[in-house]
Each structure stands twice: as C-alpha cells, then as structure tokens.
Design a protein around this ligand. Structure first.
Ligand code: IPD
Length: 272
C-alpha cells in the first residue's frame, strides 16, 4: 500500500467521523439515548452506537472492500489492512447526557496504526494523526505539554468494572501520594486526545480494548508524547493495560502502574 493509499483512507475516514458525529448529535440527550441495553455493569450500548457502527462499516467497506474491519459492536478479526472503530467511546457519558464522548477510527497496516481520528461531535473538534506527519486539532498542529512533574500534572485514570477495583484504588492512591491531580472522565479516546493537545499530562487505564485507544495513542505519539503501545495480532481482541503521557512523567507513571497491576513485573510495558 502506498502513501497515497493511506492518505486517501485518512481523509475519507475524517469525513466518515464527522457524519458519524452528526448521527450522535441527533440522538444526544434524547429519550432514546437514555434507554439502552446493559452489556455489563456501567457498560451500556445505545441505539446510536449501533447506528453509527453500521454506518461506518457500510462506508468503509464500500470504499475499501479489501480492508478488514474490527468494531466494538460488531467485532471482527485482525487483518493486514485493518480499520479499528469505536462508534461512540464514552457511551455511559453519552447515555446520561454528559458531553464527553467521541467517534474513534484507526487504520492499521501490519499491526501498526497509520491513521488515527478522534471526533468530538459536541465541541466539533476533530483530532487527526497520520504516522510520521504530526497530530492536529481542526487542522492546527498540536503538541503535548511540557510537564514539570507530578505536582504540575493532571492524569485521567480511567476505570472499568472489568478490572478489580482494588488495583484501581492502589493506582489512585499512588497518583495522589505522588502529588498528581487526577480525573476519571469516562472516555479513553477523549482522554488521549486531551493529552495530545496539552490539556492534561497523562492517561492510564488497567484494562482497555483496542477500539477505545488505537486512534488516540497515535495522536499522542505524533504530538510528541510517550505511549506503552497496544499489542496487535490476536492481542488486538483482548483487554490490555494502557499508559500514555508527556515524556517527563513516563518513569513515575510506569512505576505506579506496575505497583497497581496484579501482573506486576511479569509483563513489562512494551516501549515504542
Ligand atoms: C469505555 C471508555 C471508558 C473506559 C471503559 C471503556 P465505551 O469505552 O473508553 O473511558 O473507562 O473501560 O469501555 O464502552 O464507552 O466505548
């Protein structure tokens, strides 16, 4: 696949993300958005998730029929050329009328994310990154903050009931003990976009899916931040720990995650 082929996908996916966001806006704060099916504890799926999922699959499969597609609501399998999609990341926020959710689209080749798009339909901000070409918000270049240290930093520490609460409590305890400010905003894609554009300094969660984070991780890397990456191949379908931050916080946050995680020391975070 040539650079032009990737560019075509990168631009097409931005148009798709905007249209998907328009669908989310139409449903947002409606009675329908609030009536949802619970996939798990605090883990709903709404009509809008399903509609956007279908819309994005139809668009991308129509334009690039040979590419594989993996989405949160429909599933899929790893492939050499693969779209990884979360129709709405932050569904719980969306279902409750909280304006913090995003459409997330990543395009990967041979296990490496080449294009990442996170669209916030409420603020109409589109965060885009193409590997090797930088990260942007509404077309303007973005960079991570120059963080001085924990006392100067805000970390979004995501929580999922898929992971033992005791580990999360250890993580939060560690963050506060080292002087970090922390938030738990309920959308990994939005947290990573906020890190990429310098609004916060770090993002971590003990258990996340590829569709929640692949686009956002590329945003952070292209904006000059550090990430622990996400496994590709069969690992793409499993839950993994995720850490991304400004370079100054890498050591401190890696240490806190290792202390909090039950697999402490056994699965060192891969370096990018
Ligand atoms: C969720 C969000 C949330 C994270 C959960 C994810 P979804 O994704 O990314 O921030 O804490 O672990 O499941 O279900 O809203 O797409």
């Amino acid at each position: 696949m040539t650079g032009d082929d990737i560019d075509r996908r990168h631009h097409f996916a931005q148009d798709c993300a905007r249209e998907a966001g328009a669908i989310a806006r139409r449903h947002f704060r409606s009675c329908e958005a609030a009536s949802n099916i619970e996939k798990g504890r605090h883990d709903p799926v709404t009509q809008a998730d399903l509609e956007i999922d279908r819309f994005l699959i139809d668009q991308l499969a129509g334009a690039f029929p040979a590419d594989g597609i993996l989405t949160e609501e429909t599933g899929g399998a790893p492939a050499r050329h693969l779209w990884v999609i979360d129709p709405i990341d932050g569904t719980l926020n969306f279902a409750r009328g909280l304006a913090h959710f995003a459409v997330s689209i990543a395009f990967c080749i041979d296990g490496r994310t080449q294009s990442g798009i996170v669209y916030d339909p409420v603020s109409d901000e589109i965060f885009t990154a193409r590997r090797g070409h930088g990260a942007f918000c509404n077309g303007r270049p973005i960079r991570v903050r120059t963080t001085q240290g924990p006392w100067d930093a805000i970390v979004d520490a995501g929580y999922s009931s898929r992971h033992p609460a005791a580990d999360y409590l250890r993580l939060v305890h560690g963050l506060l003990a080292q002087g970090y400010a922390f938030v738990q905003n309920g959308s990994a894609a939005m947290g990573l976009a906020a890190l990429a554009c310098g609004r916060i300094d770090g993002f971590c969660e003990l258990s996340l899916k590829s569709w929640d984070v692949l686009a956002g991780l590329l945003l952070v890397e292209e904006a000059g931040g550090w990430t622990g990456g996400f496994p590709h191949g069969p690992g793409l379908l499993e839950d993994h720990e995720v850490l991304a931050c400004t370079p100054a916080l890498r050591q401190s946050l890696q240490g806190l995650l290792l202390e909090a995680s039950p697999l402490r020391g056994k699965t060192p975070l891969p370096s990018v």
